[in-house]
Design a protein around this ligand. Structure first.
Ligand SMILES: Cc1cc2nc3c(=O)[nH]c(=O)nc-3n(C[C@H](O)[C@H](O)[C@H](O)COP(=O)(O)O)c2cc1C
Length: 220
């Protein structure tokens, strides 16, 4: 599966099979996480078999079932762009997980932060988690805003790579499906900014990663 197929087939999955992640895939995920941590300075961790984190009223409200493995997105509170950085690297891991045949769901609210087995150092913050495992289904497509609501560039003025990036940005997961971002083209370069909203900066990082992965062009 290439990265575009991963973008097109990924949907949030909240119900998981009672099956541990294959050890070979655990090794690949840990290697990827190590690389992400080296590049970003984050302290991302793969936590296996910790169902307590999702065993709360909130998690049931969020309809999670059988979720016990997750990626904890952690970094130093003093990092200026901590939330955005977690979004960017988290989505890189999400898309690689999809390519490995695993399913995921970003979770910012409906889990028990205090019960997490993740190691959170002094001066660090747990921004979000991403559940990971073998889904009971592959999830379902959801509604998206039309391109005109998130992008101020006329279609005739869009280079092909920009169109590819825009399509992927619209498929990016955002908290409560809010899609509160704006995409523009300045001096031939894509610029993505976040509007206001809960987790808007994390969403921004996610959207930027999807745009770059699909278009092959860096954005700012
Ligand atoms: C930063 C962030 C936080 C999220 N928090 C939650 C959450 O607390 N509970 C939940 O059930 N889903 C959560 N989601 C999943 C979104 O609801 C979901 O990604 C969105 O509705 C789009 O659907 P899709 O992922 O299938 O494209 C979150 C997503 C993001 C990106």
């Amino acid at each position: 599966m290439d990265i575009k197929e991963a973008i097109n087939t990924r949907h949030s999955v909240r119900q998981y099979q009672d099956r541990p992640i294959d050890s070979e895939l655990v090794g690949k995920l840990n290697a990827l996480i190590e690389e992400c941590n080296e590049q970003s300075g984050l302290h991302i961790q793969l936590i296996l078999d910790d169902p307590d984190c999702f065993n709360s009223f909130l998690a049931h409200y969020g309809k999670f079932e059988g979720a016990k493995n997750y990626i904890a997105l952690i970094g130093r509170k003093s990092m200026n762009d901590l939330d955005e950085c977690c979004g960017y690297y988290g989505q890189r891991i999400v898309l690689e997980a999809q390519r490995m045949g695993l399913n995921t769901c970003w979770v910012g609210g409906t889990y028990s932060k205090g019960k997490s087995a993740a190691e959170i150092g002094a001066g660090e913050k747990l921004v979000c988690v991403i559940t990971i495992g073998y889904g009971q289904t592959q999830g379902a497509e959801r509604k998206s805003k039309p391109a005109s609501k998130v992008c101020n560039v006329k279609e005739a003025d869009m280079p092909d790579w920009f169109k590819e990036g825009l399509d992927a940005a619209l498929k990016a997961p955002t908290a409560m499906n809010q899609q509160k971002f704006l995409l523009s083209l300045e001096d031939g370069k894509a610029v993505i900014t976040a509007k206001r909203g809960p987790f808007a900066k994390t969403d921004l990082g996610i959207v930027k990663y999807q745009f770059e992965a699909a278009s092959g062009h860096k954005c700012r």
